[in-house]
Design a protein around this ligand. Structure first.
Ligand code: GLV
Ligand code: MG
Length: 346
């Protein structure tokens, strides 16, 4: 067992000290860019103004013969653009692939000072995090990177789900975790062919003793894993995210999946298509009516203790804390977007 005192020591001489508190950032959508495509790289300066996080994807969906061009393209787009408060992330290839080592060494060597987060796919257990943690510390020391690069795990294997708590607390470098429903479905031998979202056959029927017309109610295939991930992340003080929603022709279902994740505690989701940026922005920003009600609770209980009735509903210390989560998020959104600030009255 690693001793508590050593948990926050840099893992290499000359590497920066790990964050004790994660930087507070708005990360409603992690927008995926295939960096080998020059036409899409050219849109990054515009994108930076629209999204909370720009991610250069090197893993799945990048053709094998474009893996090196994607890595080079990511380095180019990292160098060429000022990201300001927008996050710059990359999703590297899996640790058992022929590309992972060069992804990390070349990217940290070239643009380690600008990179906020490395997304690591197919994490099976804390050993994957420990490996990348050590390697990053060595590279940060070698290239004089001053700000620790964070790790975001994708929860997308059955073994990873079994080990989710150990992954979440594996290192102070952990930023958060995304549910990867496509690989997870494959890993579990689920009988689906979709990238996230529901399935019409995963349902319960109304009781047979009821009326002749039995209602059928579709259930959320991802409820169990999302809940497990949210608890593991919240307990470890890191952020949970819903991952990809692959059916770009069904924005209503995308919205529903994102909303369930938001209500359960997720901070954001991936946007794989420009149309999903606005969906994520809408869903992962709190509803103005909820913000107004939360502000009423905070105002009615200035020290956060006791009990009051507002609009017929009981409020106490626990609802005060929920209200604070909603208002704090509204303040982050308002700081980024003046139109939202006006809607929230902040
Ligand atoms: C994401 O990587 C997924 O597999 O869903
Ligand atoms: Mg995947």
């Amino acid at each position: 067992m690693k001793l508590p005192r050593q948990f926050y020591s840099p893992l290499a001489i000359g590497a920066p000290s790990p964050w004790r508190e994660l930087p507070v950032k708005l990360e409603r959508m992690i927008h995926f860019v295939p960096p080998q495509l020059e036409k899409l790289r050219a849109k990054v300066p515009d994108l930076v103004r629209q999204v909370d996080v720009v991610l250069g994807n090197l893993e799945d969906a990048i053709p094998i013969d474009a893996k090196e061009a994607a890595r080079r393209g990511f380095i180019e787009m990292a160098k060429a653009v000022d990201y300001g408060a927008t996050g710059l992330w990359t999703r590297i290839n899996a640790l058992n692939s022929p590309w992972a080592l060069d992804d990390v060494t070349e990217i940290v060597g070239a643009v380690g000072g600008k990179l906020d987060v490395i997304m690591l796919p197919k994490v099976d257990g804390p050993w994957d995090i420990h490996y990348l943690d050590q390697l990053l510390a060595q590279l940060e020391a070698k290239h004089a990177v001053k700000k620790p690069i964070l790790i975001h795990a994708i929860l997308e294997t059955a073994q990873g789900v079994n080990n989710v708590e150990a992954i979440a607390s594996a290192s102070p470098r952990m930023h958060g975790m995304s549910l990867g429903p496509a690989d997870l479905a494959a890993s579990r031998a689920m009988k689906t062919t979709r990238v996230g979202g529901g399935h019409p056959d995963y349902a319960v029927l109304a009781d047979a003793a009821g009326s002749a017309e039995r209602g059928k109610f579709q259930q959320d295939l991802w409820h169990y894993t999302t809940a497990k991930m949210v608890d593991a992340c919240a307990a470890a003080g890191i952020k949970p995210f819903y991952g990809p929603f692959g059916d770009f022709s069904d924005p209503a279902a995308c919205e529903a999946q994102f909303r369930n994740a938001f209500l359960m505690g997720c901070a954001g989701a991936w946007s794989l298509h420009p149309s999903q940026i606005e969906i994520a922005k809408k869903i992962f920003s709190p509803d103005p009516a909820e913000v107004a009600f939360a502000q009423k609770i905070l105002a009615a209980m200035p020290d956060g203790a006791g009990a009051v009735m507002i609009d017929g509903k009981m409020q106490d210390d626990a609802t005060w804390k929920q209200a604070k989560v909603v208002v704090d998020l509204a303040k982050l959104v308002a700081a980024k977007d003046p139109a939202s600030a006006a809607r929230y009255g902040l």
